[in-house]
Design a protein around this ligand. Structure first.
Ligand code: SAH
Length: 257
């Protein structure tokens, strides 16, 4: 495959069995979903300890190789883009945990999918992405991802993975994290509102709300009243995830007819 194709698929293959084994340590006796098995270094470790492994790989060429090299009775290989796979292909509802080394390009979407499905995960992610996930208010990396993650997961850093653990060697280092969903999940409407407000994170809350007026779908009258009756003078990026959730809940209640 051309270099461009590799980048498009985000293909950097893990070569460290120690990292794969550390990730698979969370799979014992479980039904595991793996996204992007690649050449199968992690899949092998998962199959040897998990009850069942559902591995979804979009690259048909890799799938053909995997089908002949991995013959485990507890493995189901699905040749699809993960985001196009049906719930029955993913055996969703039965999955206990997601364990995967995924490309940077789909990290955000996978984390949002985990939030929606309230599933725990062990993921190897780009180090900078993990910094964004863990950032707190006032920090440069604080973003909508940080807010959503703080409200949705307990995040445990498991191990740093240097770039030379992959072939071809990527331009960034990685890190394995464990994500455990919180009991109090945020709703899709709250998540959308958080994303809207965080788009204007350098502004005051007042201006962030006013600039999101069209997307919020709340009448000008109600928004004015909200902005007048709450303290909206803070810069959005100085507000804690809980404070931002409070605002999202307040605005969501105004969206109701
Ligand atoms: N997990 C393997 C491969 C990592 S590279 C390892 O650790 O070595 C990322 C893999 O994800 C590649 O095999 C790529 O083809 C696959 N991939 C990328 N986007 C995908 C998607 N949307 N759905 C399924 N697989 C995807």
């Amino acid at each position: 495959m051309s270099g461009l194709g590799r980048r498009y698929m985000g293909q950097n293959f893990l070569i460290s069995e120690a990292v794969a084994r550390a990730e698979a340590a969370h799979a014992h006796g479980k039904i595991v979903l793996e996204i992007g098995p690649g050449k199968g270094i992690l899949t092998r470790e998962l199959c040897s300890v998990a009850k069942r492994v559902v591995a979804v790989e979009k690259d048909t060429r890799l799938c053909t190789v995997l089908r002949s090299s991995l013959q485990y009775p507890n493995l189901k290989l699905v040749n699809k883009d993960f985001f196009d796979a049906t719930p029955s292909e993913l055996e969703s509802g039965y999955i206990d945990i997601v364990i995967a080394n995924i490309p940077y390009s789909i990290s955000s979407r996978v984390v949002m999918w985990l939030r929606e499905h309230e599933l725990p995960a062990v993921l190897c992610l780009q180090k900078e992405f993990v910094e964004h996930m863990l950032a707190r208010e006032g920090e440069g990396s604080y973003s909508r991802l940080s807010v959503t993650c703080a409200l949705s997961f307990r995040i445990i850093e498991i191990m740093k993975v240097p770039r030379n653990s992959f072939r071809p060697v990527p331009e960034v280092d990685s890190e394995v994290v464990f994500l455990e969903p919180h009991g109090a999940a945020i709703t899709d409407a709250e998540s959308d509102t958080i994303n809207l407000i965080m788009q204007h994170k350098k502004k005051t809350l007042r201006n962030a709300i006013i600039d999101s007026k069209a997307e919020l779908g709340i009448s000008e009258e109600k928004l004015d009243a909200f902005v007048r009756s709450n303290d909206c003078s803070m810069r959005v990026f100085m507000m804690s995830p809980q404070q931002i959730l409070g605002v999202a809940k307040g605005l969501a209640s105004l969206q109701k007819p």
